[in-house]
Design a protein around this ligand. Sequence first.
Ligand SMILES: Nc1ncnc2c1ncn2[C@@H]1O[C@H](COP(=O)(O)OP(=O)(O)O)[C@@H](O)[C@H]1O
Ligand SMILES: [Mg+2]
Length: 432
Amino acid sequence: MTLAINMSLLRSEEENEEQSTKHKAQSAKRETIMATENFIRNALLLPNDVIAYHVGKELAELYPNKTIVAGYNWSFDLDAFVRAEKCAVVADKSVFHQVRTNWEGAGKRERQQIENSWLNVLWGGQLFDVLLISWTEGCRTIRHHWVIADDLQMANGFVAAVCEWSCEVRDEIVVFQDGYFQKNTELYNSIKTATFDNLILRDSLKDDIQNDFEHFFNSREMYDRYQIPWKRGAIFIGPPGNGKTHTIKALINQLDKPCIYVRSFKPTDDEQENMAEVFKRARMTTPCLIVLEDLDSMIDEKNRSFFLNELDGFETNTGIVVLATTNHPEKLDTAILDRPSRFDRKYTFDLPGDRERGAYINNWNHQLQEELRVSEEGTTEVVRQTEAFSFAYMKELFVASLVQWVSSGGKQKMDDVILAQVKQLREQSKMK
Ligand SMILES: Nc1ncnc2c1ncn2[C@@H]1O[C@H](COP(=O)(O)OP(=O)(O)O)[C@@H](O)[C@H]1O
Ligand SMILES: [Mg+2]
């Protein structure tokens, strides 16, 4: 009897202890929940300069036995890491999980990006927390992250894994625009279809360009042996519509190297910072290409020396090819244009001469059905009358003529249609 009572007493003591541990754990959890519930909101109410400090300090107090790794970096693209199923995340229920949904165009899947959240992450068999908070600095919104883990090696390992994954270029092209890097699959697809096949360039220009860069990427050893810096810059110069952009795309496609395509270093005030970001990322992705379209519109008095410094200054650009284009070389300073260490080669894309325009017409004829072709005499006449037309203009001439031919019921002769269009285009563009 006594024994039984004792037993029951013992059990109830055990139970009490268990209960109290449970209770303690629950109340600790409640405290953490209370602390985390308005955590992000409270942080965002602070002035920008204080937020990161405040968050770091609060986390250190909340988790005295954990390691906290803090940072902000465009390459910490956790969303992409999750999409690729490299880790699993669950949003902490006590914190509001704010996600931005971007419409990506008709028929496309919208893209979601986490703005502010507290996530429980499972990676490499380990569980830990990641806090994400976004706020605006200058003209851009920056997302900061804090990894709260049991040990430093793990936290750093996770950050490195996410960043490395985001930096890898896989069937995409990295575009720098509006102060951000974005992976652009559409541009990548348009590049994938660009070839040198239908491109008509004077003399040996097409071969020269292809050989130049193929040779560069294949000859690192030789550069090293003779201690010549393994880097290259080329600028494509010429009036609009003569194949500079097309050649760049065909080159990217052919060379099959990672490419950073810079649309603009603007419009933020931090042009220099943006330039530094682009070159920094390129140095992490070598061998690679940087494309600077319409360089003259990117460089001005204020940022020129900074740009030149990135191009051939102290930092080494080993393995980087910089390809730039310009319609207005006269707007570029001689310091950019005429120093070989900056742009080693200038390739000129002139307006097509008679031969090139003739070849262009033959290319079209080759692709079209019999009744849509221009006759031999017609070709000679079109060539004669299209002096000073760019290739882009020749393209417009053909497209407009085909539309005209179809809309007239296909009854007219193509020669007549195209010559009438030449006249019209000349008048429209006020060419003589
Ligand atoms: N050399 C060329 N040979 C054939 N087509 C050309 C050539 N140059 C331009 N085109 C046509 O004109 C379009 C516009 O040319 P683009 O490369 O954008 O010119 P740019 O960059 O020099 O202004 C090209 O997509 C292509 O269809
Ligand atoms: Mg162009």
